[in-house]
Design a protein around this ligand. Structure first.
Ligand code: FUL
Length: 687
């Protein structure tokens, strides 16, 4: 009798064992990564020497006195971040120019030698205190690349950098994230540094063991491969980490990650709310539109990433009013867009591991993110049916895997019950920590989620359904070579577009756009789209134009004038001209402006098709009155960070240059092996 009882006890014990722990699959997150996965949205702040010099990459030769915010208030940053729904702030404590926002003992290039607060100021101290006050996490960006430090390029610098890290990691309380930039250029003595990455990582582990470390290669979280805010629709949290390193040339692999990669290294999606990372007054009207930010929200947070949204703090030392307004609009939108319609509803699964209540499907619709549903052992496919109890209108689905045991789902679909059967309304590939699918509005009483393919039996911890307000896409303003301005709203049905050219904000009663209008001499066009009898409006957009290219011709490009060359002055950012490099020499492009103009500078737009081949890095520009006799270069330099952030570049000359001809020489492109030079648009500045 006793042995029979023992037998049953053992059987039920083994049943329990199976029920309690599905086997982990592949690489799994560490405890510090799991903590990080609980976050989703926090601020990057680019604020440092470049704020005061109007640069993106400083040179390291700036004098410390240039750093002089007039009203620095880190509590304002923290308040804004908190009200925007953000969970922390990562600050550029030291960027490539080497200037330190705290009084470091290991460099002279720091706030201690500036006039700001008599050399007694410490931005990290003020920011870490403000973060604490507002319940935000505090993180630091530190560039190993240092264009100022005299020791850069020698082994001694690695020790200095570790000491620098120690200062930052021991004086300001808890640090949740350390952001290592992969850029590695030359220091003041022309040498590049061989970085001691294992030593840098060990330093972080020693002083802030809970902090996650970001770089192209992790070790904890990885770059997403672009600075636009877009994670891959397929996004594995796993990576063959030992193959990747900071500055990894095949960075596009970082977007989808490596399926079955050896380590858990999920994506953090970094992008700026404006075109540049640092504050430039000229970008005050280029804060990304609400619609654009919402698209990024779904493409970062909604694609298995955390979103690090950059706020370029201005010269006063404040988050600019325009950025604050947009952040609050975004918060209001995402609040409305995430009202859960599925909480507590009835859900059934095609199978449950060991039929155990611990793994019941109801775990998916409860509030907890720690309980989960597990499909039967070995099941690679499964269905989950949600009964909403009544016809419900929706257009978004959020789904989360129980990632502590690995990322499993490879393909899934969503169907709505309509006319007596399920009709597919959306499809996705990977899920991971969090995936949000967008689909056209549907009214239904039942939703089916089908896991179509999984690497191991699926474990789902959470699903929510929403009815997000549809946004009106803001208009796109363009100008043709003839100087005619067109305002279009491609994805909205029957919009009314209103616009202004006097700098004022367009309202419902501003002039309506009906046909292209001339703006040959340039100006500012602001526009807005309205629908529903002018009741609903898009966010406003604004574009500044200089003199149009109406009278211009391209008279020479390299050695041979090439077909299609007019594309670089056609006013269309999407077309570009590309030419093979002639030997290693520069490829000059000569513009005849058709008349003598007073030139203040020039503009260069790199190709906008997402590819990097031929993007110009170093350039020289000279001018001429007759196309024969040329000035020495009136501007020569490098477009900082253009490879990672290929936005339009505007460069001002030191003094006004009267000229009819402008010569643009591409001295170097960003890719070491590029065989071509690519230009989407070249333009001039006369204002
Ligand atoms: C890049 C840097 O070079 C940029 O200046 C910026 O800091 C961005 C976030 O990372 O790699």
């Amino acid at each position: 009798m006793r042995s029979v009882a023992l037998f049953f006890a053992l059987v039920s014990l083994s049943w329990l064992t199976v029920a309690q722990t599905p086997t982990p699959y592949g690489a799994v997150p560490s405890p510090r990564q799991l903590q990080w996965h609980k976050l989703k949205y926090y601020a990057f702040v680019h604020f440092n020497m470049n704020t005061f010099t109007n640069e993106e990459w400083g040179h390291g030769t700036e004098t410390a006195d240039l750093f002089n915010p007039t009203q620095l208030d880190c509590r304002q940053w923290a308040k804004v971040a908190k009200e925007a729904g953000m969970e922390g702030i990562v600050i550029t404590a030291k960027h490539h120019d080497g200037f330190c926002l705290w009084p470091s003992k290991f460099t002279e290039h720091s706030v201690k030698n500036s006039k700001w607060r008599g050399g007694k100021g410490d931005v990290l101290k003020e920011l870490s205190a403000a973060c604490k006050e507002y319940g935000l996490k505090f993180g630091v960006y530190l560039s190993p690349w240092d264009r100022n430090h005299p020791a850069y390029g020698t082994p001694q610098y690695n020790e200095i950098f570790k000491n620098t890290l120690k200062e930052v990691l021991t004086q300001y309380g808890d640090v949740f994230e350390v952001w290592f930039d992969g850029a590695n250029g030359e220091g003041p003595n022309g040498k590049k540094q061989v970085y001691d990455w294992p030593g840098f990582i060990a330093t972080v582990r020693q002083y802030q063991p809970n902090a996650v470390i970001f770089s192209d290669a992790g070790p904890d979280i990885r770059w997403v491969g672009n600075e636009d805010g877009y994670a891959g629709e397929t996004n594995w949290a796993t990576l063959n980490r030992d193959k990747v390193y900071p500055g990894y040339p095949d960075y596009w692999e970082l977007t989808p990650g490596h399926e079955d990669g050896t380590h858990w290294v999920p994506t953090e999606v970094n992008c700026s709310i404006r075109p540049g990372w640092y504050y430039h007054a000229s970008e005050d009207n280029n804060v990304k539109s609400l619609e654009h930010l919402v698209d990024i929200y779904y493409s970062s947070i909604g694609r298995n990433g955390n979103w690090l949204l950059n706020l370029p703090v201005d010269r006063r030392g404040l988050v600019h009013e325009n950025d604050v307004a947009r952040l609050m609009e975004l918060k209001a939108y995402t609040d409305k867009a995430s009202i859960n319609l599925a909480g507590g509803k009835v859900i059934t699964a095609s199978s449950v591991l060991s039929k155990a209540p611990t793994f019941a499907a109801s775990n998916i619709l409860d509030k907890s993110r720690d309980t989960y549903w597990a499909a039967a052992d070995g099941a690679k496919q499964a269905t989950l049916d949600i009964d909403l109890g009544k016809p419900t209108t929706l257009n978004r689905l959020l789904i989360e895997e129980y990632i502590a045991l690995g990322q499993r789902v490879k393909k899934f679909s969503v169907a709505a019950w309509q006319d007596g059967n399920y009709q597919t309304i959306a499809q996705g590939t990977t899920i991971g920590n969090r995936r949000i699918l967008r689909f056209p509005v549907v009214t239904t009483s039942k939703i089916r989620v089908t896991i179509e393919e999984a690497k191991a039996s699926p474990l789902i911890r959470h699903i929510e359904l929403y009815n997000a307000p549809e946004l009106i896409v803001p208009p796109v303003i363009s100008r043709s070579k003839d100087g005619l301005v067109t305002i279009a709203c491609p994805r909205t049905t029957d919009p009314v577009i209103t616009y202004t050219t006097d700098g004022s904000e367009p309202t419902a009663s501003s002039p309506r756009f009906s046909q292209p209008f001339a703006l040959v001499q340039g100006g500012t066009v602001k526009a807005r789209a309205f629908i529903d009898n002018m009741k609903k409006a898009s966010s406003p957009v604004s574009t500044n134009f200089d003199i149009s290219s109406t009278k211009w011709t391209v008279v020479s490009a390299g050695t041979v004038p090439v077909k299609g060359i007019d594309r670089l002055i056609d006013g269309n950012p999407m077309t570009f001209w590309q030419q093979r490099k002639v030997g290693d020499g520069p490829v000059p492009v000569v513009l005849d402006l058709g008349e003598t103009l007073m030139l203040n500078g020039f503009t260069y737009l790199p190709r906008q098709d997402g590819r990097k081949e031929g993007i110009v890095y170093k350039y020289a520009v000279s001018v001429s009155q007759d196309g024969q006799n040329w000035s020495a270069p009136v501007s020569q330099g490098a477009f900082s960070n253009i490879n990672n952030n290929p936005v339009g570049q505007a460069v001002r000359f030191d003094k006004v240059q009267p000229a009819r001809y402008l010569k643009f020489e591409a001295l170097e492109t960003t890719g070491a092996t590029d065989t071509t030079v690519a230009i989407a648009e070249l333009g001039i500045l006369t204002r």
